[in-house]
Design a protein around this ligand. Structure first.
Ligand code: EPU
Length: 337
């Protein structure tokens, strides 16, 4: 274990922001993680996973702990179910590909999501009709105060839309060290309710899709509208899709008849933030080295050397404009640091 000083975090965040860490350490074992968390010389610590869901608006004047716990193993097997445990530092998409190679089903719709396995339960990652909560068996997390490993079942995680107990009551108290998923072995349940998937499979002339085909379709859809963080810095959806009351929605629908919507409950409607941002005129707008992606308005981008504070100002302007135009408050999905 080697503590480095004054390290650029540019390679460690998918926005590609050049914020600096006063101290930086990479941990590859639970023992090292426990030791580093006990270091009195560094009272302030920041846990960094895949860096795919954060906007660094400043340098971090503390010890940044990069969790790089690796390992994938099958821990239990039943007739048509397999429990697969993966270390928090495994890259999420590489893990999805590994599962597809073994023909384990359940996370094919979550292909190509940036970030690491450890962050997946924190914000209950989701795409194309599936969320990690649908397949999560449990996750293990190190209690920062007691240094003990605790197991969180799905119920303990208190999942919601891009939400979990790790973003609420237990925020800053735990480091997720592994995640165990319950996947199918051969009798897979395919999720193709999302229109874009059926359309993509049709264009690929696939009528009887496998989980591998669904993954290919999802990859193709994502590549067509979401920028690759290796080419253009970004953090996926910057905002969450807001949920508004039915009364509010009906008023908006009178004014904007084409407004897309999904019913969440008899009195609540989810409206795509991407549509609201596009209607506000921000889609494709570029300011110096940053802006709003031209194919998906929900994604803010860094074209090279933008500062996190610039992107934050843009996000605040978007939020303010949407509040004025539609009376809706949109919340960030990305963590602002
Ligand atoms: N839309 C626009 N303009 C845009 C973008 C979207 O009008 O620029 C409209 C679309 O026409 C469509 C609706 O908004 O009617 C929904 O768009 P899309 O299917 O692209 O999905 P999204 O709601 O924008 C969510 C997730 C994505 C996930 C996709 C697919 C959130 C915050 N985002 O996006 O997740 O990949 O659905 O399931 O829920 C992420 O969390 O980082 C992420 C990329």
């Amino acid at each position: 274990m080697h503590i480095q000083e004054n390290i650029s975090l540019k390679p460690y965040n998918t926005f590609g922001l050049d914020a600096r860490a006063r101290y930086f350490v990479k941990v590859e074992s639970i023992q090292d993680l426990k030791e580093v968390l006990s270091l009195d010389a560094h009272p302030e610590k920041f846990i960094l996973g895949g860096g795919s869901n954060m906007l660094l608006t400043k340098d971090l004047d503390c010890l940044v702990i990069h969790v790089a716990l690796k390992g994938i193993e099958v821990v239990d097997e039943k007739e048509n179910q397999v429990l697969v445990k993966a270390g928090a530092g495994e890259n999420w998409h590489q893990f999805v590909l590994w599962c597809l190679e073994q023909n384990f089903g359940g996370i094919e719709n979550l292909s190509l999501i940036p970030g690491n396995v450890g962050a997946a339960p924190i914000q209950n990652i989701g795409a194309y009709g599936i969320e990690i909560k649908d397949v999560l068996e449990s996750c293990e997390a190190l209690n920062i105060h007691t240094k003990e490993i605790e197991t969180f079942t799905k119920e303990h995680c208190q999942f919601g839309y891009r939400e979990s107990v790790f973003k609420q009551d237990k925020k800053n108290s735990y480091v997720i060290v592994s995640t165990t998923l319950a996947l199918t072995k051969d009798d897979h349940q395919l999720h193709m309710e999302y229109g874009a998937i059926t359309a993509e499979l049709e264009s690929m002339s696939i009528t009887n899709p496998t989980i591998q085909d669904i993954s290919k379709a999802v990859i193709s859809i994502r590549e067509s509208k979401l920028p690759n963080p290796k080419e253009i810095g970004n953090s996926g959806s910057f905002f969450k899709n807001p949920v508004i009351s039915k009364t509010h929605f009906e008023k908006l629908q009178n004014k904007f008849p084409g407004i897309p919507n999904y019913e969440v409950s008899p009195n609540e409607i989810k409206v795509p933030a991407g549509w609201l941002i596009e209607r506000s005129g921000f889609k494709g707008k570029t300011f110096n080295d940053y802006g709003v992606h031209k194919k998906q308005a929900l994604v803010l981008v860094n074209y090279g050397n933008a500062k996190g504070s610039d992107i934050l100002s843009l996000a605040l302007l978007i939020q303010k404009t949407i509040k004025q135009l539609f009376g809706i408050t949109i919340e960030t999905e990305v963590n602002i640091i």
